[in-house]
Design a protein around this ligand. Sequence first.
Ligand code: SF4
Ligand code: SF4
Length: 263
Amino acid sequence: MAIVISQNPVNKPEFRDLEGQIAERASKAGLTTYITPHLYNVKSDGPVMTHLRRFDGILIVVSWMYPRATRWLLHRCGLAANERALHVLDAKEISDAEAFMTKILEIAEATDWIPELEEGESPEPVILDEQVKLRWYPVVDFRKCIGCMECIDFCLFGVYGLDEDNRLFVEQPDSCRPGCPACARVCPTGAIMFPQNQTPEIAGATPDEDSADEATEGQAEEIARQERKTYLEEAGRAEDVPEDKPKGDELDSLMDELEKDWE
Ligand code: SF4
Ligand code: SF4
């Protein structure tokens, strides 16, 4: 089992301090600990991802992104582990190193992991280095993607491509226009994320699964629908706005009307 601490892209002392404290405590607990640059900025074929792909144990990844974005980013880089082998913690959500260690040890205890160390021995955190620059590209949640290919048709810069099985993938991430999340607004299912975007829904936020109810899901869908509509209208593509479909009470009223006509 290893802990991967993906550093915040902003070099602020408070971020480095928290990351350092987590690394120190994880090492003391006998966990292999890696410190990496912000994983969104490293290259899929660069030294960091290559090293992590070689590690075949359970990974617990601490990153400054929403867990859905981190998970699908790692998926794209060939670290597509199942739920048991890959755990993701959001550094924005947990305030101190102690709380992180509680979570990390809960995960460790739920597995067969035991420290492979002699008493008093603790490994040093390993720094996995790579020259990085700030990047901007889409990350696709393939659980939500319905393969409609709206994104590939919409993007003028060849960011998306199809693999040999005609499945969508992000072929040329660095051709994406920095700061623009246009295709995330066009995707009908909210499958496209830009983890650095200020809007939580576009950055990969999901309703808390434990407390999610139909109203929350419905509201998120409505926000996404409105965002797409506004975007397409502003882009002069009002004809592409999907027609509103009747739903819920509206659908019930429509059925009542039809039944009346048949009587
Ligand atoms: S627009 Fe969204 S749902 Fe359609 S193929 Fe692209 S990512 Fe998948
Ligand atoms: S944001 Fe624009 S340039 Fe980037 S992938 Fe989407 S449509 Fe293409």
